[in-house]
Write a protein that binds this ligand. Structure first.
Ligand code: PLP
Length: 498
């Protein structure tokens, strides 16, 4: 039962289990569902009083249509027990008709945990279904949060090794320490002298490297990915959009069928794409606001139809969004062209060319604008959103979420759209303590190191520093490898084969 096609049309369609194990398609495309059967409103309403794990299983079974739903539920129950009260997506009111969906209460304090606590279980099950008894090597590029979430999710999972490439100097200090202090016999962490795009391009190159694949295959190792290019990363993220909706139904904040607006701080475009899939699955979504930081390629794209990555990558206080090439946009383009793989492939060729840009034309741009709005916040706007959120609403948010808040407010001002809205809150403020304290009290932050900033932030706000941050200063650094973007293959082989 082939159900997943490559966005570039140059690879055969495969089953979900194979797509989860493979990650990226052999033609360089991403796997997309050939068909999604929407929920009825009645089925959505029936999600009102069930647990997060149960909603997740129902939504996942749309993507894993040849899997047994009761078995999926077993996996989601295990995965979401890593979250307080089994709830991966609690809602908190910010102000009238605006809620924060806090996806960051998992073990590594960023929303990546929602998918990465589950992905290892989906992979193990997929391996059973496809009969692959091989060892897996998970190769992952990270802009800061995916790396640690993958290391945590796969730590000591039998038959699996993980290698994470992160941009040296491109993450927050807490993000870096979370990765380089990771324990476990199956973990490799390598700094790349470059930015996230260099790391991501390098990882895509490793996937396409036949010689490497053969060398690994000779040792019984196959490659896979924990980035949101992997279907098994993306599909689990769809569930929380449903969860937010039915939560607001329960409290009476929404009527059944009433559209809900979502604002999503975006980088690689995985999180917001999951919102788009939720809409395709029948969820009444009023609008998807794509919030970018100063790396505002997506904003420009939604406004003009031109995707132009030919610009310098800027370092910001929201490093997990410091991305110029947003991989998952390719899946959206495939969907809005009704599966025109030839067109998608030609845009992706243009993007890889020296021009580093492609243009979708007015008709496609208009189709996208019917659903998406692009906004962006610069560094000053981000800092003042952190300060304003805390002063006006008593809401302490991290810089990524602050970008989202600023973008949401600009959108509401521009359009007058006062419909109920959910801001996707993607990381703990304590993971970015110096930026957050710096926004609240610039003088204090400049005198303190990152750990002191976390303590000062806790004291100032009456919150506690999460244990996962506090412990970082005591843990030994276990990973010190560094390489240039050209040498990622050699660095990987040194890690694996000595
Ligand atoms: C990864 C990440 C984002 C961006 O999500 P994408 O799926 O890459 O668009 C935003 N905020 C935080 C904290 C993240 O870790």
């Amino acid at each position: 039962m082939p159900v997943y096609a490559s966005t570039r049309g140059g690879a055969p369609s495969i089953r979900a289990a194979e797509a989860i194990l493979t990650g990226i398609a052999p033609d360089g495309g991403l796997y997309v569902p050939e068909e999604l059967v929407p929920f009825t409103l009645g089925e959505i309403e029936a999600m009102r009083d069930i647990s997060y794990a149960e909603i997740s299983a129902r939504v996942l079974s749309k993507f894993l249509s040849d899997w047994d739903e009761a078995e999926i539920l077993g996996l989601t129950r295990e995965a979401y027990s890593a979250f307080p009260r089994g709830d991966a997506a609690p809602l908190r009111p910010i102000r009238s008709r605006l809620w924060a969906m806090e996806l960051y209460h998992g073990p590594t304090l960023a929303f990546k945990d929602v998918a990465l606590q589950l992905l290892p279980r989906l992979m193990a099950k997929s391996a059973l279904m496809t009969g692959g008894a091989e060892e897996r090597l998970i190769l992952t590029a990270t802009s800061g949060d995916t790396g640690k979430a993958a290391l945590s999710g796969f730590c000591d999972v039998p038959g699996t090794r993980v290698c994470v490439f992160y941009p040296e100097g491109g993450t927050s200090e807490a993000q870096r320490l979370q990765m380089v202090t990771q324990r476990g016999g199956n973990m490799h962490v390598i700094a790349v002298k470059g930015d996230f795009d260099d790391a991501q391009t390098g990882v895509k190159r490793l996937f396409a490297d036949k010689e490497l694949r053969e060398r690994l295959a000779a040792k019984g190792i196959c490659l896979s990915s924990a980035n949101s290019i992997n279907l098994g990363r993306l599909a689990p993220q769809v569930a929380y959009y449903f969860r937010a909706y039915v939560r607001l139904l329960s409290t009476g904040a929404l009527r059944m069928g009433e559209p809900l607006v979502f604002c999503v701080p975006s980088g690689n475009f995985g999180d917001i794409l999951a919102g788009y899939y939720a809409m395709r699955l029948g969820l009444p979504v009023g609008r998807l606001i794509c919030a970018s930081n100063s790396n505002n390629v997506l904003h420009d794209f939604f406004r003009t139809g031109v995707y132009d990555a030919g610009r310098p990558l800027l370092k910001t206080a929201s490093p997990s969004m410091d991305i110029l090439v947003s991989s998952n946009l390719e899946r959206l383009l495939y969907a809005v062209t009704n599966g025109d793989a030839a067109r998608v492939a030609s845009w992706m060729r243009d993007l890889r060319s020296d021009e580093r840009r492609f243009e979708v034309g007015e008709e496609i741009r208009a189709r996208l604008s019917a659903i998406f709005s692009g906004y962006w916040a610069d560094e000053g706007e981000t800092a003042s959103a952190i300060e304003r959120a805390y002063r006006e609403y008593g809401y302490l948010c991290d810089p990524h979420t602050a970008v989202g808040l600023d973008c949401y407010e600009a959108y509401a001002r521009d359009t007058g759209d006062g419909r109920p809205a959910v801001l996707v809150s993607t990381a703990s403020p304590f993971k970015f303590a110096s930026s957050v304290l710096g926004a609240l009290d610039p003088g204090a932050a400049s005198r303190l190191d990152d750990f002191e900033c976390a303590d000062a932030l806790a004291e100032r706000t009456g919150q506690t520093v999460p244990a996962a941050i506090g412990e970082l200063k005591r843990l030994p650094v276990l990973h010190t490898a560094v390489c240039s973007p050209e040498d990622m293959k050699a660095a990987l082989c040194r890690e694996l084969f000595g």
